[in-house]
Design a protein around this ligand. Structure first.
Ligand code: DQA
Length: 147
């Protein structure tokens, strides 16, 4: 199974960025965690990070031509603002899981709305890096049943 993990703006600054909220581990640690979990699950994973909405849309479109089986996406702040990202997920028709390090439902009011959610088959949030593992397992169990 081919999975693409997409991380949005400021996630490259993990470890530096508000460690009291996002933890002390850095972005390299996150990518390493994703790679290790993917190895254990026998999943072929590629990780992509961008601070730019259009680049994320382009990467989702490329995934269609690469015949990616599933997408795990943490759109970061674009979760709450972007229509183009869920549109792209719907356009390519690849099963996608939304993940967040923090529980956005328990944070500021402006984080309560996720536009990404409606384009995804599942959301995992609030448990740090574990959301990415949960996302991979969920895609493994469910993506094959989705056309
Ligand atoms: C986040 C939550 C978003 O509200 C925030 O803008 C982020 C990270 C998370 O993983 O908890 O950048 O997506």
């Amino acid at each position: 199974m081919k999975i693409l993990v997409i991380n949005g703006p400021n996630l490259n600054l993990l470890g530096i960025r508000e460690p009291e909220i996002y933890g002390k581990k850095n972005y390299h640690d996150l990518v390493q965690y994703i790679d290790e979990m993917a190895d254990e699950l026998n999943v072929n994973v590629t990780t992509f990070q961008s601070n730019t909405e259009g680049e994320i849309v382009n990467r989702i479109q490329e995934a269609y031509f690469e015949k990616v089986d599933g997408i795990i996406i943490n759109p970061a702040a674009y979760t709450h603002t972007s229509i183009a990202i869920p549109d792209a997920i719907k356009a390519v028709g690849i099963p996608a899981v939304e993940v967040h390090l923090t529980d956005i439902t328990k944070r500021e009011e402006y984080r309560q709305k996720s536009y990404t959610k409606e384009a995804c088959i599942k959301t995992f949030m609030g448990n740090g890096f574990t959301a990415y593992l949960d996302g991979m397992k969920y895609l493994l169990d469910n993506a094959k049943f989705i056309d």
